[in-house]
Design a protein around this ligand. Structure first.
Ligand code: FES
Length: 550
């Protein structure tokens, strides 16, 4: 087995494995500082922060011979018998010199820089820089330039070129380039061709310093006030792993979370910036009951008393399960409606979609399907109903007055139903609509119930490739709103607080599709087995609006 020695620690490689020095060192718990290297981009070896000592061990005598010059770890593929030294006087001096060079002309505007607190230049300077400055301090320039989707602080740039490689290799749009030469090098765009593509926000995450700033986040929060939560994006069926950064129940930033099975290191701008609807003042915040006397806010206890009686007394009730619900919420709602009435008809809510998936040169896919959990919800509905009815079929049957009590869940971040569709359910004596925003349908409802947004709920989503991930709640819902899971839990008469993990366990026991999700689901998620080799869905897609709610 090929063996490498890194700072005296032995690393065994599997046959044919190719790792560079940074990756190999990480395997034995050593972090080599670096700026320009990124695992998702090509290697340029330009910043020289990762310099290490490299040598070779004679297999017969065991004698180690070191090369006289330092080598960049990012550009050194480790091989059998190789010896790397990442901590030595020589290496420390090289790192200090790189830091000194970078800081010669770097503006000291950390107090107003968005990156302060998570800046590699700051962090590495404290770890590897020298405490004395040898050069004169001259006035610094701090130029700011609007280059399209992103703001560029020209003089903060350390020329790592990660952003340029990203637009060439991952988004394939090529807007960014290096202009000028030597000490005058700068990042820029060609006149008339601003940085504008659906993945552009990723260059902000890639920038190791504060040169590329997000217009959506600029000067809104200091990063040390933010709490970071692991979550899952719900804006399309790709289901990217994300970080939600919030402070006092307000989301300030959404960033990609590395997941090799789903999104690698990237997310699209729709997922990154499409969260403002969560704090939209137009959201529903109280249950409303419609009676002969008109519509009036009521207490949740009235809903909990009244809804079971109405559905149990119905002749032909129906439930519409939104593809924005989690697996656990869909499971509890189907169980609840079945408990109330054995003949209940279950349908899957509308699945908004665009014409086609968008695949980028780096392999990232934005799904045409603009909901997070069609596959999970269909598997649950199919388990309880023995098949899947789509939204169009439900509407057609509702228009023929087939149902007298209907519970509709929605939770779409976009306006999703027009007046014509909303007028279709006929002869319904009890209509319950659970949604985020008022709509022509909720205006007709006997009970209009406020729903919680994705970041306020916990549960699991199954993406386009049958990959299940779970997300915890990250912010509290507005006062007066109950999460779907907690409401269904109480209506089912279960003890204590709603626990998504317990419900997923139940679903995994009852439904074979979810059986790989038994036990704690790993952070990266788990692969479910599709029911057939082809698409498992029986529900036709229905088109819906896809613009971000502003
Ligand atoms: Fe190796 Fe920049 S990270 S040279």
């Amino acid at each position: 087995m090929p063996t490498v020695i890194i700072d005296g620690r032995e690393l065994r490689l599997s046959e044919g494995e190719r790792l560079n020095g940074i990756e190999a060192a990480r395997r034995v718990g050593i972090e080599i500082p670096h700026y320009c290297w990124h695992p998702g981009l090509s290697v340029v070896g330009s910043c020289r922060m990762c310099l290490v000592e490299v040598g070779a061990r004679d297999p017969k005598t065991g004698k180690v011979t070191m090369q006289p010059k330092l080598a960049p770890a990012c550009n050194t593929i480790v091989a059998d018998g190789m010896v790397l030294v990442t901590e030595s006087e020589k290496v420390a001096l090289a790192r200090a010199r790189v830091e000194e060079g970078l800081l010669l002309r770097h503006p000291i505007d950390c107090p107003i820089c968005d990156k302060a607190g998570e800046c590699r230049l700051q962090d590495y300077h404290f770890q590897h820089g020298q405490d004395q400055r040898r050069a004169d301090i001259r006035p610094f320039t701090s130029r700011r330039r609007d280059i399209g989707d992103i703001t560029l602080f020209v003089d903060r740039c350390i020329m790592c070129s990660r952003c340029v490689r990203f637009v060439n290799e991952i988004s394939g749009t090529g807007e960014l380039m290096v202009v000028n030469r030597g000490a005058h090098e700068e990042i820029d765009v060609a006149p008339g061709y601003p940085l504008h593509n659906k993945l552009s926000g990723n260059v902000v995450d890639l920038c190791p310093v504060g040169a590329l700033a997000d217009k959506d986040f600029l000067y809104r929060q200091r990063v040390w006030f933010l709490r970071n939560h692991k979550s899952v994006c719900t804006r399309c069926a790709t289901g990217c792993s994300i970080w939600i950064d919030e402070n006092q129940d307000r989301i300030y930033r959404v960033r990609p979370r590395e997941n090799p099975h789903v999104n690698r290191w990237w997310i699209c701008n729709e997922g990154r910036y499409g969260h403002s609807y969560v704090h939209d003042p137009r959201r529903l915040t109280s249950p409303v009951r419609r009676t002969a006397a008109g519509r009036a806010p009521v207490d949740w206890s009235e809903v909990i008393d009244e809804a079971p009686k109405r559905f149990q007394a119905a002749r032909r009730p129906a439930g519409v399960i939104s593809p924005f619900l989690t697996v656990e919420e869909a499971f509890l709602l189907c169980r609840l409606l079945h408990k109330w009435h054995g003949q209940v008809v279950l349908a899957v809510g509308p699945v908004p979609s665009t014409d086609a998936d968008e695949t980028f040169p780096g392999g990232f896919v934005i799904s045409a399907e603009k909901c997070p959990n069609r596959r999970g919800v269909e598997a649950v509905v199919s388990h309880f109903a023995g098949g899947v009815i789509g939204w169009e079929e439900f509407l057609a049957r509702a228009a023929r007055s087939e149902f007298d009590a209907v519970w509709i869940t929605a939770g779409y971040p976009l306006p999703w139903i027009d007046a014509e569709q909303a007028s279709k359910p006929a002869g319904v004596e009890t209509l319950v609509v659970q949604d985020l925003f008022p709509s022509p349908l909720s205006d007709r409802a006997d009970f209009e119930l406020p729903g919680a947004a994705w970041a306020e709920r916990e549960g699991s989503y199954v993406n386009r490739n049958h990959w299940l991930q779970t997300a915890r709640w990250t912010i509290r819902p507005p006062a007066g709103v109950r999460t779907e899971g907690s409401l269904f839990w109480e209506l089912l008469g279960r003890e204590g607080l709603y626990r998504a993990q317990a419900v997923l366990e139940e679903a995994a026991v009852e439904i074979a599709y979810f059986s790989p999700a038994r036990g704690p689901v790993p952070e990266e998620g788990v692969q479910l087995t599709p029911p057939t080799a082809d698409e498992p869905s029986a529900a036709p897609l229905s088109r819906g609006p896809t613009a971000i709610r502003r």
